[in-house]
Design a protein around this ligand. Structure first.
Ligand code: ADP
Length: 634
């Protein structure tokens, strides 16, 4: 069978340019500031935890060393008792504090999972509508998700890195304090090992230890840098995977999935996507060979280091530089020092490996908002005398060469019912999008009460409109909350709006009334309403908002003829003193409007009442009317 789909797979093995440490630290600092702003308690509790957790072993090491010295030395009873008491007391206090702050910190950290998504969602909600439609925006979102799924890379990881970074610094400091005397205490002169006192030997030893300490985490970071390069090349496979994974879970696709066996189609595509991780894939080969070898080598180096430290400290103790208790202290402190330096280096490496992920997240958060936000307040008028005018407006969608609207001039008369008609693709919805300022005109201007709408505060301006879009969505929450757009709402008003939208008897029959959930995703008593019922709920939502302009884009497309007739009959009651714009390609449903604007291929070709337009036999309206009348007759 001929295979139509071709997926070349990621270009693997190419290692992108690494970010420098300084640049990575600056990115990390920016992420840290974001978290700090979101919840500073995350860091204050982590700092408290570190104090208890990191210092705890040192206190134990210190007192245990004193105890051992006393046992092998003077062995005084009262000193032994008091030292044991100190060990017990300090260990108990530190363990208690550590346990308390671990819980607190973990709870706060768990909340970060939601907060990290909030950063993305907030940006999505406030970015220019135009940017929302750009493929680049979606690619960035897919990459962010992918980084998080790969192992919490990105902004989330930077929250954790604070603990690693600060923890390793405290650990190093504590260890240095405990092992300073190891180097100052000398082997008695004349002993065969007194060579160990020589500064040159100390230098060689220190260099060796530092070298091994650095090498071990570097090997791990080298292995882990795989993720930042792999992530750049496997986006396509991951996007395919995520898409098909979600497709299967979306309830409103379930019918299509079964009837057209889309699961089989998905499986075919998934085969290509999954190959990124499948046995024999680049990832699989990498971790079996190079990546695995780096990890193994790192473990060997770290054990060698511990071996050398034991040897040096034991030799000095044997030669009489210090007692058995100090031996225990130094061995533990140096091992802890090495662990501290290792974890510091590992953390710096991980900050570096995280840099590409942060870069992606920040490129998303930095997508510029080019739309002028305006500052003038919209006049609050109780008489609803809002006057809107399109003045020679032309518009091209971003990236499109053709105009969707061309030289449109139109004035909305206050309180009128205006119908906008035209064939599909003639620019009706585009006009509404411009009116609601989802886009700005390419040429010309739109005025509200004589002032260019760009000058009004963006959010406030949008409050002037209630729109029922063709592809509206109602979330699976309660009916009343959906209508009001809030969980605290005026139930009587919500009920009235639903009744005005034609849902009166239906509403009375709902067992849970306004609390009925739309769909059954969150509530087993929820109801999967029909398309027509949903459309009426969407109309009720627009009525509840009670804005001066009511815009209905094909509001009756999903309604049966009886329901449609009911809506028209009650249209005047619905609209009251609002200015209503009614979009439809069914001309018969526009006759009740005062004025009809006819669009054809992006231009406003006619405007007038039904009688005026239908009498112009050479006009577009007449042609459309005839075509539709014929259709209804046949
Ligand atoms: P109508 O509402 O009259 O059916 P539209 O206003 O939706 O028509 O579309 C007008 C023209 O603009 C059509 O040619 C359509 O393909 C184009 N168009 C609509 N939306 C976009 C978009 N987001 N990007 C590019 N072109 C678009």
């Amino acid at each position: 069978m001929k295979q139509h789909h071709r997926h070349t797979g990621p270009t693997l093995g190419k290692k992108p340019k690494e970010s420098g440490l300084l640049a990575s630290l600056l990115l990390w600092r920016r992420a840290f500031c974001l978290w700090w702003k979101a919840d500073p308690r995350l860091f204050t509790s982590t700092a408290a935890l570190l104090l208890f957790q990191t210092l705890s072993p040192y206190v134990t090491i210190y007192f245990t060393a004193r105890l051992l010295n006393e046992i092998t030395g003077a062995c005084r009873r009262e000193v032994l008792f008091s030292l044991t008491g100190y060990v017990l007391l300090s260990t108990a206090v530190l363990a208690l504090g550590s346990a308390l702050f671990t819980r607190r910190r973990n709870t706060l950290y768990a909340a970060c999972w939601q907060k990290k998504d909030q950063f993305v969602i907030q940006k999505l909600l406030q970015m220019d509508f135009e940017a929302l439609e750009q493929p680049h925006t979606h690619e960035l979102i897919a990459k962010i998700e992918q980084g998080q799924n790969f192992g919490g890379w990105g902004i989330l990881r930077s929250a954790n890195q604070f603990q690693d970074l600060a923890g390793s610094l405290v650990q190093i400091l504590g260890a240095i304090i405990l092992c300073i005397t190891l180097f100052t205490r000398k082997i008695p002169a004349g002993h065969s090992l007194s060579l160990l006192n020589h500064p040159l030997f100390l230098l060689v030893l220190a260099t060796g230890l530092v070298g091994m300490t650095i090498l071990s985490p570097r090997l791990i970071n080298r292995a882990d840098s795989f993720w930042s390069s792999f992530y750049k090349t496997s986006t396509q496979g991951n996007r395919i995977y995520m898409f098909h994974f979600r497709t299967g879970m979306e309830q409103d696709r379930a019918m299509d999935m079964r009837i057209y066996r889309q699961d089989l189609l998905a499986r075919n595509y998934l085969g290509y996507a999954a190959c990124d991780f499948a046995p024999g894939s680049y990832a699989d080969r990498y971790w079996h060979r190079k990546g695995g070898a780096y990890y193994a080598l790192s473990a060997v180096v770290s054990r060698l280091f511990t071996g050398f430290v034991y040897m040096y400290v034991c030799m000095k103790a044997w030669a009489g530089a210090f007692g058995i208790g100090d031996l225990a202290q130094y061995v533990s402190a140096i091992t802890a020092l090495s662990a501290g330096v290792s974890s510091l280096l590992y953390c710096l490496g991980s900050i570096r490996n995280n840099a590409p992920f942060l870069q992606t997240e920040f490129s998303f958060l930095d997508i510029p908002d080019r739309m002028y936000q305006g500052s003038i307040c919209v006049e609050k008028r109780t008489d609803r005398k809002y006057d809107v005018e399109f003045r020679d407006v032309s518009f091209r969608y971003p990236g499109s060469k053709t105009y969707a609207l061309r030289h449109v001039s139109l004035r909305f008369q206050i309180g009128e019912r205006l119908a906008v008609v035209g064939e599909n693709g003639s620019g009706k919805t585009t006009m509404i999008k411009l009116l609601c300022r989802l886009y700005d005109p390419t040429e010309g201007e739109i005025l509200l009460n004589g002032i260019n709408i760009r000058k009004y505060d963006y959010r406030e301006y949008q409050q002037v409109f209630s729109v029922v879009f063709q592809d509206f969505r109602l979330p699976a929450y309660g009916l009343g909350a959906n209508v009001a757009g809030s969980t605290h709402y005026n139930a009587a008003k919500a009920r009235r709006c639903l009744e005005d939208a034609g849902l009166s008897p239906w509403l009375a029959g709902l067992p849970d009334g306004l609390d009925t959930c739309i769909g059954r995703e969150f509530d087993e008593n929820g109801i999967a309403f029909s398309g027509g019922e949903l459309q009426k709920i969407a109309i009720a939502r627009a009525l509840y908002k009670d804005a001066p302009f009511l815009i209905l884009d094909e509001p009756t497309a999903a309604l049966d003829p009886v329901a449609e007739a009911q809506i028209y009959a009650s249209f005047n009651t619905l609209v009251q003193d609002k200015t209503a714009v009614y979009i439809s390609h069914r001309l018969s449903s526009c006759r009740f409007c005062d004025r009809i604007a006819v669009f054809d291929r992006g231009t406003l070709v006619q405007c007038g009442s039904h009688q005026e337009l239908v009498s112009q036999t050479d006009g577009k309206y007449y042609a459309l009317w005839q075509a539709q009348a014929q259709y209804y007759q046949t």
